[in-house]
Design a protein around this ligand. Sequence first.
Ligand SMILES: Nc1nc2c(ncn2[C@@H]2O[C@H](COP(=O)(O)OP(=O)(O)OP(=O)(O)O)[C@@H](O)[C@H]2O)c(=O)[nH]1
Ligand SMILES: [Mg+2]
Ligand SMILES: [Zn+2]
Length: 338
Amino acid sequence: MSSLLHYGLDRHWLDEFEKHSQDAVLARVVRVDRGGFDAATENGIARCTGGAVCTGDWVALDGESFRLIAILPRRTAVERASAGTTSDTQVLAANVDTVVVTVASDTALDLGRVERYITLAWGSGAVPVLAITKTDSGSVAEEVLSSAAPGVTVCSTSAVSDGGIDSLAAHLHGTVALIGPSGSGKSTLGNALLGGAVLATGATREGDSKGRHTTVHRELVPIPERELVLLDTPGLRSVGVQGSEDAVASAFSDIDELAAWCRFADCAHEREPGCAVLAAVDAGELTDRRLSNYRKLLRENAWATSRHDARARSEKLREYKQISKSLRQKYAVDDRGR
Ligand SMILES: Nc1nc2c(ncn2[C@@H]2O[C@H](COP(=O)(O)OP(=O)(O)OP(=O)(O)O)[C@@H](O)[C@H]2O)c(=O)[nH]1
Ligand SMILES: [Mg+2]
Ligand SMILES: [Zn+2]
């Protein structure tokens, strides 16, 4: 498995790599640990040192020492706010094209947590997909998940009966990161996609079916047969979202769209007259639970200071939305005046 093509190499990375010295070696980080990292090169996996790399990064290495020369600019990054501080972020996976969020059918459904994961996924720049796992041992309605993640494809899968794996795969593209709580079946799903027991999996606890944090490293594994590269991750204990209101707006696009119809441009959807969001709650079209989680995630975002350039993008988007909203309101006023 030495060809970098199996690890997702494309023209873009070759062009980025050309900017470095001729003695440099192109590689993709497959695993990071305390002492350094493993990277796939055209001649196999190399043990490398130096730099704050992340699984999924494309890097230029010194051809002799395998020391890091440079991290090629990331196209996407799955980032969460580090526990404790709000200004620090941790990159969980780099250069991911699809983020699969796993939701297990054998544990109690926590929609707030799903919304967090989906916000994290949208914030990465990759496309989120929701995978319901273990459908042989429980059930979660796809419609319920869809309402918590508008615009996101939802697939039901079972690794035991092989159900839904190919239909899920049809929605996957490029580098696919698996994220979700411990025990939700990420590695098992990864193995089902791989067609063999490559990734370690572990039994969940008796009683509450919670995971035991079996996967401890983020790991990149090619699936040449499906033209995918899999990035398995350990279950997260906490999911802090940060960085862009943009991601929250995408994860809550239903509320975002409603908000454009509120009477006041700066409506906080608390108790303002003419609030279209509260009207939707009254009409039973939006749950109180979802609205309060939306507020909570927005607050978290406001606290976090972002050093990400997504910031500039989201400001542009906000500005644009503000303009289109005031235009809409102007016309609404004109209509009433007539
Ligand atoms: N019945 C059934 N069990 C499953 C299925 N998928 C996973 N499991 C079981 O769920 C348990 C946890 O699966 P893992 O794949 O290790 O979960 P994980 O999300 O990778 O967990 P961490 O690595 O701890 O984050 C294992 O005992 C699996 O055998 C499924 O489709 N059906
Ligand atoms: Mg695992
Ligand atoms: Zn409002």
